[in-house]
Design a protein around this ligand. Structure first.
Ligand code: SF4
Ligand code: SF4
Length: 166
């Protein structure tokens, strides 16, 4: 993963709080016990999920400089064209922050651009999922642990039961 050298995490610990880390049995929305003001206390031995993750602000120069996740209230993951997917994981304390200016207009712009190349912009508000489409929003509601998100051949995202051959 190539990161933008001029951008570092600084005081942001959003990804250590917003996501679940299965290897640590850490639930989403709770700051990891290993996170301190001085960084990760198990940095050398941190789980693979932590080793491989950089948010889009760290590695995609289309994301504006002042969109560091602790400032925006959401973490962007993936990349539109490169990974066919851009996720928006909301801060549980500010779940609607992504709807504010200037974020929402840019997210909708990326949704329109993504639709042209078969990519999706998907917002995660805890277990609630909203797909941003070129023409508007598709609220998938709650996606439970027994469900998964699938992409249809036409590029549309939908939820389906886990472990079923669709
Ligand atoms: S969300 Fe991004 S900027 Fe914040 S700590 Fe994680 S990788 Fe760093
Ligand atoms: S192990 Fe370290 S890098 Fe991983 S979530 Fe916890 S504090 Fe963050």
């Amino acid at each position: 993963m190539n990161v933008i050298e001029s951008r570092d995490c600084g005081p942001c610990v959003s990804c250590c709080a917003f996501f679940n880390i299965a290897e640590l049995t850490k639930p989403a929305g709770v700051l990891c016990d290993h996170s301190t003001d001085h960084g990760c206390t198990i940095y050398a031995d941190r789980p693979k999920a932590c080793r491989v993750f950089y948010c889009a602000w760290r590695c995609w120069d289309a994301v504006p400089e002042d969109w560091r996740p602790d400032q925006t209230g959401f973490v962007l993951g993936g990349r539109l064209a490169a990974q066919n997917f851009l996720s928006v994981t909301a801060d549980p304390a500010r779940p609607e922050a992504w709807r504010a200016d200037p974020y929402y207009p840019m997210l909708r712009k990326w949704a329109r651009e993504g639709a042209a190349v078969g990519s999706s912009v998907v917002v995660f508000m805890a277990s609630r999922v909203i797909v941003l489409r070129a023409e508007g929003e598709l609220d998938l509601g709650e996606v439970g642990p027994d469900e998964v998100l699938l992409r249809d051949p036409d590029g549309q995202i939908r939820k389906a039961p886990r472990n079923r051959p669709y």
